[in-house]
Design a protein around this ligand. Structure first.
Ligand SMILES: Cc1cc2nc3c(=O)[nH]c(=O)nc-3n(C[C@H](O)[C@H](O)[C@H](O)COP(=O)(O)OP(=O)(O)OC[C@H]3O[C@@H](n4cnc5c(N)ncnc54)[C@H](O)[C@@H]3O)c2cc1C
Length: 410
């Protein structure tokens, strides 16, 4: 059994630690922060096994003007970031042709159809299963036109094996009576579920792994240097640590490690937001996603969390108050019983321009494995990614063809 360092304590890193320890490896988690403090903290918590439609799709060409200039658009660009963003955006548009979109959707569906395998065993532990609610996610459309526009992507989902049922106004009201009567159509995705507290889940997973021997070094890694028989990690205090394998799960901040290991990966971030309405969780029983407005309402432990939006604007910490206001007012429009917001959050989705993650060996050495870039799906795909990474470290053949997620595909 080997010594393995896992960089990053989000959904992906902790799932890798879980599966590697299951194989008997000695695992050290390296992250200056505690578990679930990055993008894994403030997401919508949905196990979205139906979400095989990448953000890059042929509709973006038609919808881009509306997305960029409508005051209710959930997509924003920070124009000052455009010089850095432009190469990513060009690749994003190149991946939005019907052919590329179809291939990316298929590659996502390949992972999503197996996503639960990554969690099944983990969730047999009572302390982790306590965070799971077996309530399916409901997409909502406030106009017939929006529902009609969604038909091609719904048809593609169905073709790729996603099961769902449609509901009309009455059906929605029976399911979620506190929603405003503004939704004409709803789509309920079978076999989806959600977490009531994503960070709480990761803290519980972290504690159970620590109890089984996981080491956690609270330092930031600065460089990864491939060695002939292992990997050298140098931290921010210039301290070097040698290990046999290293797994890069540092989310949106992973590109520089890939560069150090011989791969140029066009990783950027889709900034996302949440606001919390304390004490309101009883208003809905499941994640309700307002399709046109690009966010979910999820009944979390501390209140309803409205989470979503996409802002292309780099890693700066300044929040877009306009987008937060839109999120807050849209949430109240959908669920009028929501009161005041007590906290808000900005997080950085790790996003590649084709909407697919990077999972595979580094070019410079097979001792380094990448597992990052899970964009809108890191909660859903963390578990499976961890099991695939454990396969790669063990030299086993993973259950999925990893070509579409290769770091060398760009
Ligand atoms: C608003 C919003 C809603 C979302 N909703 C959902 C959802 O409903 N379902 C879903 O599946 N996904 C959802 N996502 C996406 C999901 O949250 C992310 O894909 C996922 O959290 C990424 O996990 P990760 O482990 O790759 O990265 P992160 O959680 O960001 O973890 C990366 C870790 O790396 C550490 N790190 C960074 N640099 C270093 C370094 N130099 N050395 C050591 N450690 C380092 C960080 O401290 C951090 O802890 C949502 C995202 C957002 C923003």
């Amino acid at each position: 059994m080997a010594e393995v360092a896992v960089l990053g304590a989000g959904f992906v890193g902790l799932s890798c630690a879980y599966w590697l320890m299951r194989d008997g490896h000695r695992v050290t988690l390296i992250d200056p922060q505690g578990p679930g403090e990055g993008a894994s903290f403030g997401n919508a918590g949905t196990f979205a096994n139906y979400a095989c439609i990448p953000v890059n799709n042929p509709e973006v060409f038609r919808n881009l003007p509306r997305f960029l200039f409508s005051h209710t658009s959930p997509l924003r660009i920070r124009w000052r970031y455009m010089p850095q963003l432009a190469p990513w955006l060009v690749r994003f548009l190149a991946n939005s042709t019907p052919r590329r979109y179809g291939a990316c959707a298929e590659a996502l569906a390949q992972l999503l159809s197996r996503a639960f395998e990554g969690y099944r065993e983990m969730l047999s532990a009572e302390e982790l299963n306590a965070f799971v609610r077996q309530r399916e996610c409901l997409y909502l459309y406030s106009s017939a036109a929006a529902f009609k526009a969604a038909q091609p992507s719904l048809a593609l989902r169905r073709k790729l094996g996603v099961a769902f049922d449609h509901y009309d106004r009455d059906g929605i009201r029976q399911m979620e009576p506190n929603l405003a009567a503004i939704f004409e159509h709803g789509t309920l995705f079978r076999d989806s579920w959600f977490l009531t507290d994503p960070r709480g889940f990761l803290r519980a997973l972290h504690s159970s792994l620590i109890a089984r021997g996981l080491q956690h070094e609270r330092v930031a890694v600065r460089t990864i240097e491939p060695l002939s028989d292992g990997v050298r990690l140098v931290d921010d205090a210039a301290k070097a640590n040698d290990t046999e394998h290293a797994i890069v799960c540092t989310g949106a901040l992973s590109a520089r490690f890939a560069r150090q290991c011989g791969d140029r990966v066009p990783l950027d971030t889709e900034r996302g937001y949440h606001v919390r309405f304390p004490g309101t969780s009883a208003l809905i029983s499941r994640p309700c996603g307002w399709a046109e407005r690009g966010f979910y309402l999820t009944p979390m432990a501390g209140g309803v969390r409205a989470a979503g939006m996409v802002e292309l604007g780099g890693f700066g910490p300044r929040k877009n108050r306009g987008l937060l206001n839109l999120l807050t007012t849209s949430a109240r429009e959908a669920l009028p019983g929501l009161g005041e917001v007590d906290s808000d959050w900005l997080g950085f989705r790790p996003s590649l321009p084709d909407g697919l993650p990077v999972i595979g060996h580094a070019s410079a050495t097979p001792r380094v494995v990448y597992a990052f870039g899970h964009q809108h799906l890191g909660v859903t795909l963390g578990g499976l990614t961890g099991s695939v990474v454990a396969d790669l470290v063990a030299g086993r053949r993973p259950p999925v063809n990893l070509d579409p997620y290769s770091p060398r595909r760009f």
